[in-house]
Write a protein that binds this ligand. Structure first.
Ligand code: ATP
Length: 291
């Protein structure tokens, strides 16, 4: 794969706070993918977005976006749409209409017609002060501001949290439409299995400021299974292919079903049935392991 296939490259990125160390993180985001950034509360997801966007200065490391160094080239931000919590708080006393005027100056490609259409679609009252808006409404405003300048990369920090069912449906539709363009990429932090399942291809798992796994969603869905077997000898319980087991109703969880099948044949064991795990069960197992 050539370098140009990567829209975003993060190398040795790190930042230390009083009670938290982020990184070093090394990652590459391929153009045309939707990546879920998943991790426990306080694992560093928002910090990661802030470091990518240079809202925070890293202690070490580089962020290369569209082939150029982000920290040296602020104009790269024009091609990035960010929906996160703390960007507009400083303008909270202003009505949304005034904030939109400010944001419009940041982005030469701001599309007024698209903005008006979205404000209408999401039923935003532009006269309302941002700080007085409900949690879900703030999320929708952040989403609109992220979308209206036609970015190539979207960084979405829990974009659906607190958003009503109808708006969530509209937002998902817009994201799927956004991804119809082959040059577009999304990184989305979320705690919701349904959002990962319906939107994402890749999952980056974060724990205590580090990436503990980079996996393809379809691949882990295929590999992880719960399997009921005739007996559970110690050798199986202790095997590296076995992530968890239940002695009462002899069954086990594996992260590699194909290899497990071979092992069972080898050990003269049989399984009666098996099923795929829910994505959040898999992610919980992976996160627990990475703790
Ligand atoms: N400006 C700051 N000053 C000091 N510490 C900070 C600052 N920003 C982030 N941190 C530290 O980084 C940690 C990770 O926070 P972050 O918001 O990135 O987590 P998160 O994964 O997005 O969490 P959540 O899922 O709850 O939104 C915090 O617990 C805090 O210790």
């Amino acid at each position: 794969m050539t370098l140009s296939n990567y829209l975003l490259e993060v190398e040795q990125l790190s930042k230390s706070f009083k009670y938290f160390d982020f990184g070093p993180v090394n990652l590459k985001a391929e153009t045309g993918t939707v990546i879920a950034l998943v991790g426990e509360n306080g694992s560093g997801k928002s910090t990661f977005f802030h470091l990518i966007l240079s809202l925070l200065k890293p202690d070490k490391g580089t962020v290369t976006c569209f082939g150029q160094n982000m920290h040296e080239n602020r104009s790269l931000l024009e091609n990035i749409g960010y929906a996160g919590n703390n960007l507009y708080e400083v303008y909270g006393h202003l009505p949304i209409k005034r904030i939109a005027k400010l944001v419009r100056h940041w982005y030469p490609q701001w599309d007024d017609a698209k903005y008006k259409k979205m404000i209408d679609k999401y039923q935003i009252n532009e006269k309302e002060r941002y700080q007085n808006c409900s949690t879900g409404t703030k999320k929708k405003i952040q989403f609109i501001f992220a979308m209206v300048h036609s970015p190539k990369l979207l960084l979405l920090d829990e974009p659906f949290s607190g958003v009503d069912i109808i708006s969530k449906r509209y937002m998902k539709g817009e994201l799927l439409e956004f991804m119809e363009h082959p040059d577009h990429t999304i990184i989305i932090s979320t705690h919701q299995q349904e959002e990962i399942s319906s939107l994402c291809d890749i999952i980056w798992l974060m724990n205590r400021g580090r990436i503990i796994a980079e996996v393809e969603k379809d691949e882990i869905n295929e590999r992880w299974r719960r399997v009921w077997i005739n007996k559970l000898p110690d050798m199986i319980k202790q095997h590296q292919l076995v992530i968890d087991f239940d002695e009462e109703s002899p069954s086990l969880v594996t992260d590699n079903f194909l290899e497990l099948e071979k092992l069972l044949v080898q050990e003269n064991l049989t399984y009666s049935h098996q099923y795929r795990l829910e994505l959040d069960e898999i992610l919980a197992y992976m996160m627990e392991k990475g703790r």
